[in-house]
Design a protein around this ligand. Structure first.
Ligand code: FMN
Length: 221
């Protein structure tokens, strides 16, 4: 194998961006739905969703440095809530288009043809086309002095997904929902499960896990 040496100082800017962005591997592709205090809807593509903990149910997003407007961060700061909507294979193009820098008064829902959907309890819009929709309330903003990014930490208070996606053991089969993974800033991938394994213990060899049944929460119809 020929190894490429890492020499960031000599990389042209765009090359360097593409190179570094690919290094963190496959990530989930999500559309983050918000509204401003006037009710104007906003939708943005984020690949930085990270599970922070299950109890409480915390999820973090990384908001880019303020080289341009950060509508999502501004709206979350102002309203204290947001939605995270998983992107599936049939909505890649409009989801990607949501990464374009639309003016603040433009709703990406209108611009790309996706449908706002409301749960009735959270004031942030969900994406009607998404098959896994999370509603979150803001718990903490963590500024990263190193590069001016902001880590947005939200607590998941609502989950909507499709009938049959949740197994008896609680596992959500996102592959069955057609969820896509993203690498870099422009490459979208389908997935194929290779195995599901039992909880690892030092004195046990890895063993396959059978798929679960159908216990459902807030299912979409
Ligand atoms: C694949 C992909 C992943 C992205 N992930 C993030 C992310 O995790 N955080 C972020 O701040 N911007 C991310 N962006 C850029 C935003 O989608 C883009 O800046 C968008 O215009 C932000 O919209 P807003 O100003 O309405 O919040 C990503 C773009 C692409 C194409």
């Amino acid at each position: 194998m020929a190894l490429t040496a890492f020499d960031p100082g000599n990389m042209p800017r765009r090359y360097r961006t593409n190179f570094i962005n690919a290094l963190s591997g496959f990530k989930s592709a999500n559309l983050v739905g918000t509204r401003n205090t006037d009710g104007r809807e906003n939708l943005a593509l984020f690949s930085s969703a990270v599970h922070l903990g299950a109890d409480p149910a915390l999820l973090a997003l990384v908001s880019r440095p303020p080289a341009s407007d950060r509508h999502t961060l501004d709206n979350i700061t102002a309203t204290g809530c947001f939605t995270v909507n998983q992107v599936h294979a049939d909505m890649i193009a409009p989801a990607h288009q949501c990464s374009a820098r639309y003016a603040r008064d433009v709703s990406e829902f209108d611009a790309v043809g996706l449908t706002p959907w409301y749960s009735g309890t959270l004031q942030a819009p969900y994406v009607g086309e998404s098959r896994l929709r999370l509603g979150l309330v803001l718990r903490e903003l963590v500024p990263v002095a190193l590069n001016d990014t902001v880590i947005i930490i939200g607590e998941i208070t609502e989950v909507f997904t499709e009938t049959g996606a949740v197994g008896a053991d609680g596992y959500v089969d996102i592959e069955a929902l057609g969820a896509v993974a993203v690498s870099g800033l422009d490459s979208y991938h389908g997935t194929q499960r290779l195995s599901r394994l039992q909880y690892a213990k030092p004195d046990k060899d890895p063993a396959p896990l059978a798929a679960g049944g159908n216990t459902l929460i807030n299912t979409l119809t």
